[in-house]
Design a protein around this ligand. Structure first.
Ligand code: NI
Length: 631
């Protein structure tokens, strides 16, 4: 252990679990759901010098016999004691656990009403039934008592153990499982819809013919990778960043700096929501916080060299709780590698002078989480020119129903085979960016480009102006994208200037992104308030880490960005945090079946006046042609 942000180890996890188990506050029914590092304060980390002592505390969240929303225990690893246990309100509970998912499946499978509903559809072999539990918050069924913890399930029929069950949705059968009472409280049956006949197996053996194997591409770096690792710290081309994984957020970037100049203190996916926009009872209630209800980090994949990642790879493991409340290592959870990225810059002198070209490359920090039917890649890229990119890759299997003309409308539920439809829905991600641009306080500006009115000075009506607005309050910083005015948001340090005398800055360059389409007062409008705007900004507070509230299971939006910004604090010059919501509105198409080709969304952070000129001008030529002087 050499740094206060070193990843937690399996030994630490097992020690923390043992301390909890032997603590009189916990009984044998306790489920330890997730564990994470209590990161020392921003100030402590900023000032920390190698070799100094640092605190080591872990946060354990779980459920026990108490009838509330669970507990948060803080374990002091140096003192080997539990320093504090907080109870969580039943109105906003700790994340779901694997044992609860299994419980919901088992209770559903053995329920008489559920079995009757399935036998009406000719299904009697329960071994081939796939039961998918979904968070029950938001639109809570009337049979679930207020404050109880619950899951809903929908079901699919497989042809064999290894079949893709999503090909055969068992339409209209939804079971409501009260986890507090450990019973199924109600089974909805919206009527029998025949099961689709076609399978949708996506493995290589199930395809009638595979295409000829494409010619081999090898990515080799005979001199080794260009980055260096020290624990979880990466050094590459002047960049320094520390990477960890938390159960809720997945990968986290800490202390991102370039050439010794600080940019971000912390960056991570804070929350996400997937609201569905259909009347179909299989999906009409879905608006899940995949990131925080199940845990983006908890669901991380072990990545495979040559399949998930190509080239000279360094992997980081993620250490979390397993099903049994013991340490579980997700090996190769975070992939770190370099990629060639085409041309960084080029110019050919038409007069026969210099013809110069430089190649671009980027450092990739990536991970993939599987949450139910969907798979999400979270990719961070660092570039040679100071650009930072965040990209989410969406793949996996779309939400699905068997087509039923009484239920489905053709402008809401899209046919993806002649038997199946998939409804309109959105995927909205909120990344929290905790700025530390050149240290000290930062400011936030919005920039729009507008046309000047036609006048004697602007006779052709072609003149433009860039309008910059200082966003000084939390309410002023709730902003949406505006492609027609090339809207960007700029974070500056007003006390650090470049050689032009202008403050150094970074621009947040949004992608082509929607906001929440559901009504602002709808369940996702309240629970995922972060999804209502593309930009939010707050003054740093250590308790404000989660865009959808610290605990989102069964909640109505408590603690989310609507609440966080409700006192409309001053942000005119502060320790600034920006929150960026982006994503896609998904109109399913036949090509999304049986498994979706990857769809991409994200944003860029690009330096603006952070450097005095193109910071890649000094890149050496990478080809053999001689560099001609253009003096
Ligand atoms: Ni989708």
């Amino acid at each position: 252990m050499t740094h206060p942000l070193d990843q937690i180890t399996p030994e630490e996890i097992n020690k923390a679990a043992d301390l909890c188990k032997s603590h009189e506050g916990f009984d044998e029914n306790t489920i330890f759901i997730n564990i994470s590092l209590v990161e020392p304060s921003k100030e402590f980390i900023r000032l920390y010098k190698s070799g100094e002592e640092f605190p080591r505390q872990l946060k354990v969240r779980g459920m026990d016999s108490n009838s509330d929303g669970g507990f948060v225990a803080i374990v002091d690893m140096k003192a080997s004691e539990i320093s504090r246990i907080d109870r969580v309100s039943e109105e906003a509970q700790v994340p779901y656990s694997f044992p609860e998912i299994f419980t919901a499946q088992e209770l559903t499978k053995t329920n008489k009403d559920y079995q009757d509903a399935l036998s009406k559809r000719g299904i009697t072999d329960m071994n081939l039934v796939q039961i998918d539990p979904w968070p029950a918050g938001g639109i809570v069924h009337e049979s679930i008592k207020k404050g109880h913890r619950a899951l809903k399930t929908i079901s699919f029929l497989k042809e064999s153990e290894s079949d893709n069950g999503y090909a055969k949705p068992i339409n209209g059968v939804i079971s409501h499982v009260d986890l507090t009472l450990k019973k199924v409280t109600h089974v909805e049956d919206h009527g029998v819809v025949p099961l689709p006949k076609a399978h949708a197996r996506y493995d290589a053996d199930s395809q009638s013919k595979l295409r000829e194997h494409p010619k081999k591409i090898d990515i080799t770096q005979p001199d080794g990778p260009g980055f260096e690792m020290e624990g979880n710290q990466i050094s590459w081309e002047g960049w320094q960043v520390r990477v960890s994984a938390t159960p809720d957020e997945g990968p986290v970037l800490h202390q991102l700096s370039l050439n010794g100049r600080s940019i971000l203190h912390r960056a991570a996916l804070s929350d996400m929501v997937v609201p569905y926009g259909t009347a179909d009872p299989m999906h009409s209630w879905k608006a899940v916080h995949d990131g925080t209800e199940y845990g983006f980090g908890t669901m991380l994949n072990s990545l495979t060299l040559g399949c998930d990642c190509l080239g000279e790879i360094h992997y980081l493991d993620a250490n979390l709780f397993g099903f049994d409340g013991l340490a579980n290592t997700i090996e190769n959870a975070i992939c770190i590698h370099e990629e060639d990225f085409g041309i960084q810059w080029k110019h050919t002198d038409m007069g026969g002078g210099a013809n110069e070209v430089r190649r671009s490359r980027r450092l990739v920090i990536s991970s993939i989480a599987t949450i139910g039917n969907y798979d999400y890649g979270l990719f961070w890229y660092l570039y040679l020119d100071g650009n930072i990119e965040c990209e989410v890759k969406l793949t996996g299997i779309v939400g699905i129903s068997a087509y039923d003309e009484k239920t489905h409308r053709d402008d809401q539920d899209f046919k993806i085979t002649d038997e199946l439809v998939s409804p309109l829905h959105q995927h909205l991600f909120c990344v929290r960016l905790d700025w530390d641009l050149e240290g000290g306080n930062n400011q936030l500006f919005e920039s729009n480009v507008e046309a000047l009115a036609v006048s004697d000075e602007n006779p052709h009506g072609m003149q433009l102006k860039a309008v910059s607005t200082h966003l000084k309050k939390e309410s002023e910083a709730k902003r949406d994208v505006s492609p027609s005015t090339s809207r960007v948001w700029k974070i500056i340090n007003p006390n650090k200037t470049n050689s032009l005398g202008l403050p150094v800055g970074y621009k947040l360059l949004p992608g082509n992104t929607p906001t929440l389409l559901a009504h602002p007062d709808s369940p996702p409008g309240k629970r995922a308030s972060f999804s209502k705007h593309n930009l939010w900004a707050t003054p740093f507070h250590e308790d404000e880490m989660a865009a959808g509230g610290p605990h989102s299971v069964m909640h109505s939006g408590q603690g989310g960005l609507d609440d966080i910004t409700s006192s409309d604090r001053d942000i005119s010059e502060c320790d600034l945090v920006t929150w960026h919501t982006f994503g896609v509105t998904h109109t399913p198409r036949p090509e999304d079946w049986p498994v979706m080709p990857t769809e991409y969304c994200g944003f860029h952070l690009i330096p603006v006046g952070f450097f005095d000129k193109n910071p890649t001008i000094n890149l050496p030529p990478s080809c053999k042609g001689e560099s001609k002087s253009n003096k």
